[in-house]
Write a protein of this length. Structure first.
Length: 208
């Protein structure tokens, strides 16, 4: 039985790590959704990043959850799927990153505490690259963002929450820090000499 005292009708959540290329899909998707769709009184949009257990209260407070994330769908990079009900297990059992493990733990903890959402859906994408430190989304994944947020709008409509597109996309968006906005993040990426693509050079293993 769902909790009648939910504080949030629908939590639209993006999770992921912007620092590892396509790992940032969920965060970029929720960013784009906010830029392109009008605010809705029943929706709470949240960049969950890699917060893991810090999201437990947000999850427990939500009647329905719509989540953006990357997932090993055993498919071609860029493949998008809407996972519902039993299909969500595809996402929850393919731990391709640390943040996903953390989110699975949050949901498991919430379930043990009696949480049962009215609906839970994941808009999942097959990533291309996860090991390019400091990179933005690959072109194949970035190109799917419009389709992903359109899928989200359709799913919300199925749940009874119709969202409308903004007349013009938000330019100065305060949803994410300006230094992390996708345009600035991509334009200001340092050279490979200054910022090694496989992590901090001080901590990489070196042969003796």
């Amino acid at each position: 039985m769902t909790n009648p005292s939910f504080k949030t009708e629908v939590l639209v959540l993006g999770i992921g790590n912007l620092l590892w290329a396509d790992e940032g899909f969920g965060v970029r998707a929720i960013e784009a959704f906010h830029q392109q769709y009008e605010d809705h009184p029943d929706l709470r949009l949240l960049d969950g990043g890699t917060l893991g257990h810090y999201l437990i209260n947000e999850v427990m407070d939500a009647k329905r959850i719509l989540l953006f994330d990357c997932c090993d769908l055993k498919a071609e990079p860029g493949t998008l799927k809407l996972l519902r009900d039993e299909d969500v297990k595809i996402w929850s059992t393919t731990k391709i990153s640390a943040h996903q493990t953390g989110m699975n733990d949050v949901l498991a903890t919430a379930t043990l505490m009696g949480y049962q959402p009215a609906s839970f859906s994941v808009i999942a994408i097959q990533p291309l690259e996860l090991n390019d430190y400091g990179a933005s989304l690959t072109d194949a994944i970035k190109a799917k963002i419009p389709e992903a947020i359109a899928m989200a709008a359709d799913e919300l409509k199925q749940w009874g929450y119709t969202v409308s597109k903004r007349e013009t996309n938000l330019e100065d968006d305060d949803f994410v820090l300006s230094t992390l906005s996708i345009d600035r993040y991509e334009k200001e990426r340092p050279s490979e000499e200054l910022a090694p693509r496989d992590g901090d050079a001080r901590y990489r293993l070196r042969s003796s």
